[in-house]
Each structure stands twice: as structure tokens, then as C-alpha cells.
Design a protein around this ligand. Structure first.
Ligand code: MF3
Ligand code: CO
Length: 267
């Protein structure tokens, strides 16, 4: 694989393999949406995801990654990312940010969505909608010749314009044979110049948005990131290829994208 400033440039075959890994991830996200309801547990989502991995004959990419002990991240309410699945019964009004990765034929798929348990209150529904829309606003900037920081700038403007905040402590990333490759893809504009996007790069764009302040802290389990002020957070992630025909979303399930937020993007 060719490299540009440390970022791998994928050919069409490699992008095809990434698309297939990501299709499986997206199908698992769709299945999670069916499981998540009052009375269900995040443990049930973990078990379902593991079962689907064996059905598809793929490996869960998170399990064992830097010692992470589960196949999925299930982050509830004020948990931002990297929440552990557990046996607590989900209640009406909770939200679950579900993040999943698989490895198939040497390539990793990575995507996430936030799901409501029952009917969310109005502010929570708006938090989820703005976060998902901000992902698509960022994807529109995933074009060769743009600075990778243009993505974060667009996400940050959209999110702050709606009165929410973007998390600084975690960022998106290049994705390919490894789950985390260059470049880092922040959801805000850092100082200075970032890497110039090139065709053939594949990046995971993943805005994490808080209803309150953007500060997060890590629980004693060493993984679960929660908002410092205890306000809710949402997280949406797509793996996206940068191509001469524009950004191509790879994490598309057999059911297709949510057209309400898809706008004019192609897959
Ligand atoms: N989607 C997350 C990321 O891109 C998931 C990583 S969880 C881990 O960083 F446990 F695998 F680290
Ligand atoms: Co990711």
C-alpha cells in the first residue's frame, strides 16, 4: 500500500474489502436497533454482536484491542464512548451509543450510532439529530485537497451553532488494515495545518457531542469516558473513502442509509 505522510492510500480492491467489513458492522448496528428497548441490557447487544460475528465469520476488532475486554462499546447516557456492556436493564429515556468494529480478510470496519430506548425527550432527540447531521456535514468535507481539519471545523461549527459541544479528548482516525491509522480526524479545528486529504484515504469520522460541557473523564475501569458534568452525549461514526467521485460512505447496511440525514451524498 502506498503511503502519504504516514496515511495509507488504498486501491479499489482494498476499498472493496473495507466496504464489506463495514457493511457487516452496519448490519450489526441495524440489529442492535431492534434489540434496544426498555428492559433489554447492553449485555444482550454484546452477545448478539458476537453471534453475528461468528455467523459472518469475522473477528470482533475491539475485543482485546489495547486490552479492551468486549466486542462492543455500549455507552449509556452520560457515557461518551468505550462503555462496557453490562446487565443493567435499559429504561425508557436512556440513550445507548453503540460502537462496533470487525476485522475481515485483513481489513477493519468501524462505525457507531446512538439509539434511544423508547421515546427520548425533546432535548435528547435534538442532541442525537444534531450529532448525526454533524457527521454528514463532516463527510461532505472529506474531499481530496481539503485539509483534514476542515472536517472538524465543519462539525464543530454545526454542533456549536445548535448549542451543543464537541468532545476534544477523542478523535476520528484513518482506518484500514489497522483500526487506528493516520491521520487523526478531530471533530474541531486544532491550531495549524493538518494533512491534506488524498484520494484512496479511508477515514473514520466520529463526532462525539455533549449536551453540556465538552470535558470528559475516564472511570476507574480505565475505559469508560463520561461527561464531567453528567450531561448526556451522543456518538455517530462512519468509515468513509476519499475518491475522485467524492466521499463514499463504506459503513452502509443492507438496509441502506438513513435518508433523512443522508442529504446529497452518494455511497
Ligand atoms: N470506534 C472506536 C475508535 O475508533 C472504538 C475503539 S474501542 C476499543 O476508537 F476498545 F477498541 F478501543
Ligand atoms: Co472509530
Amino acid at each position: 500500500m502506498k503511503k502519504y505522510c504516514g496515511a495509507f492510500i488504498k486501491n479499489e480492491r482494498e476499498i472493496g474489502l473495507l466496504r464489506e467489513a463495514n457493511r457487516i458492522v452496519a448490519n450489526i448496528l441495524d440489529a442492535a436497533a431492534e434489540v434496544i428497548k426498555p428492559g433489554a441490557t447492553t449485555r444482550m447487544i454484546e452477545e448478539m454482536a458476537m453471534d453475528m460475528c461468528s455467523d459472518y465469520k469475522v473477528n470482533p476488532a475491539f475485543l482485546g484491542y489495547c486490552g479492551y475486554p468486549y466486542a462492543t462499546c455500549c455507552s449509556v447516557n452520560e457515557q461518551v464512548v468505550h462503555g462496557f456492556p453490562n446487565d443493567r436493564k435499559l429504561e425508557e429515556g436512556d440513550i445507548v451509543s453503540f460502537d462496533m468494529g470487525v476485522a475481515r480478510e485483513g481489513f477493519v470496519g468501524d462505525a457507531a450510532r446512538t439509539f434511544a430506548v423508547g421515546r427520548p425527550d425533546e432535548e435528547t432527540a435534538r442532541l442525537m439529530r444534531i450529532t448525526e447531521e454533524s457527521l454528514y456535514v463532516g463527510i461532505e468535507k472529506a474531499v481530496a485537497g481539503n485539509d483534514v481539519y476542515d472536517i472538524g471545523e465543519a462539525i464543530q461549527k454545526y454542533v456549536e451553532g445548535a448549542g451543543f459541544n464537541v468532545v476534544r479528548q477523542f478523535v476520528g482516525h484513518g482506518v484500514g488494515a489497522k483500526m487506528h491509522e493516520k491521520p487523526a480526524v478531530p471533530n474541531f479545528r486544532p491550531a495549524g495545518k493538518g494533512l491534506t486529504l488524498q484520494n484512496g484515504m479511508v477515514i473514520a469520522i466520529e463526532p462525539m457531542v455533549t449536551a453540556g460541557g465538552y470535558d470528559v473523564e475516564i472511570l476507574p475501569d480505565k475505559w469508560t469516558a463520561v461527561t464531567k458534568d453528567g450531561k448526556k452525549a451522543a456518538h455517530y461514526e462512519h468509515s468513509v473513502a476519499i475518491t475522485p467521485r467524492g466521499p463514499k460512505i463504506l459503513s452502509v447496511s443492507d438496509r441502506g442509509l438513513n435518508r433523512a440525514t443522508w442529504r446529497n451524498l452518494t455511497v
